[in-house]
Design a protein around this ligand. Sequence first.
Ligand code: FAD
Length: 505
Amino acid sequence: MTRAPDPIRNVVIVGGGTAGWMAAAALSRLAGNGVTRVTLVESDEIATVGVGEATIPPIRQFNALLGLDENDFIAHTQGSIKLGIVFDGWTRPDHRYQHPFGSFGFDMEAVKFHQFWLKLHSQGLASGIDDYNLCATMVNKEKFTRPVPDPSSVLSQITYAFHFDAGLYAAYLRRYAEARGVTRIEGKVAQVPLDPESGFIQSVVLESGKRIEGDLFIDCSGFRGLLIEGALQTGYEDWTHWLPCDRALAVPSANVTPPKPYTRAMARPAGWQWRIPLQHRTGNGHVYCSQFTTDEQAADILMSNLEGPALADPKPLRFTTGRRRKMWNRNCVALGLASGFLEPLESTSIHLIQAGISKLLALFPDRSFNPVNEEAFNRLSQMQFEQVRDFIILHYKANGRPEPFWQRAASMSVPDSLRHKMELFRACGRLFRHEDDLFAESSWIAVLLGQGVTPERWDPLADTIDPGLVRHNLDRLRTVFTRAADAMPSHGEFLARTCPAPRQS
Ligand code: FAD
């Protein structure tokens, strides 16, 4: 007979960075059952990382789950729109390509669009692949308007995410969560006592001596992983042999142009630099590998490649790429940096927090803590982290730069899962992705082609369709996208009209 669950009474979240407040906001919905209380502990003495500023489109689902008003959210976080990433210098110094959101063209008679494009492009009959993606066309023209729901309109294809100020985002979610009953406690966790028999976390004890008991603990304490590692010693799988960058410097600079609707990722001799435009400033950072450069050289490169004057000194960060062996261990679930780290090349960390929260809600335990929930959570988390890992490694493996850091990356052996994908694509432009892969086929195509993985042949099925018709369709598509983008407001105008942020003094 099916029995009633023994509901969790106290959820304790440790950490008030992006992960902690995203979890608190989402879990505040639990308070509706009248039984579960959510408490968040954070220490004003321990700063948050505070640099997660670029996101990917599923963030809009998270905002929708919370019922946030998008204009209000953008304005309160000094946000801007992101339509994709522009990569500079990854295959050679003057080369540029885009990873735009949304798809390229449309398939014809079950033959993939990019196969027609490969054929026509190689014959000099098609322009760059970006011209056949609406978001990429909007990036080139720095335009934006919101999508329309009518699927027959070209504007229904607009896919977007956001750039925002991570500190303001956490503050925004904090107001949301507190208004829905989440209790915030300020204090530094000093001890994490375990139950001697089960090894479960019993409570967290603050430096003040205050003890906070819980049934379920969510570790959002950042890189230190205070509960998942400090108390439970879960272990960490190190991926530095594939992704050896281990340091970053982050610095804000003044805006000198209206914010652009895309992130920039510029390859540098021993790493890469990001540029993220917000309404009140631009976020910049240099991710680099300490084996191949010094902190001083890295700082020089960053500071001499800012568009506007720096607004602060560069902030140093250190990390080890990899993942916690289990992201759910006993009665503790790790989210955010406590669960693992992948460099922000494809802006995936905040997404992985969101994905962790969704899985936790879908597998939410009761006080019996049936281990099947933990196992399912860990299996899915591992797969998601590995899929993102492979996608990021691709940017390094398929590079054409001369510096030792890049040469090493080009000659490394990569995970089999990625090797198979690259080989198949190189042979005939074919691609098979796992159905749960975060990155759509269009993302893989954009980065594979952008990084210079050029198929040797196109799909023979592309030859079965009238070449005149194919050419007509491609030409028409490019014209429709160009006209649609031309008619849109500039991204700067869109922000000023619909979601202007308060001016900062
Ligand atoms: P943190 O921000 O480190 O927060 C930890 C919290 O734990 C703090 O509130 C702290 O006070 C608290 N805490 C710690 N110890 C204790 C204690 N003993 N007692 C009480 N409280 C404690 N992600 C993206 O999606 N897009 C990006 O563009 C992006 N860029 C990044 C660039 C860099 C260089 C780095 C390093 C990360 C980037 N990320 C990005 C990742 C993103 O910053 C993080 O995923 C996000 O900020 C979540 O951090 P967090 O909340 O897990 O940890």
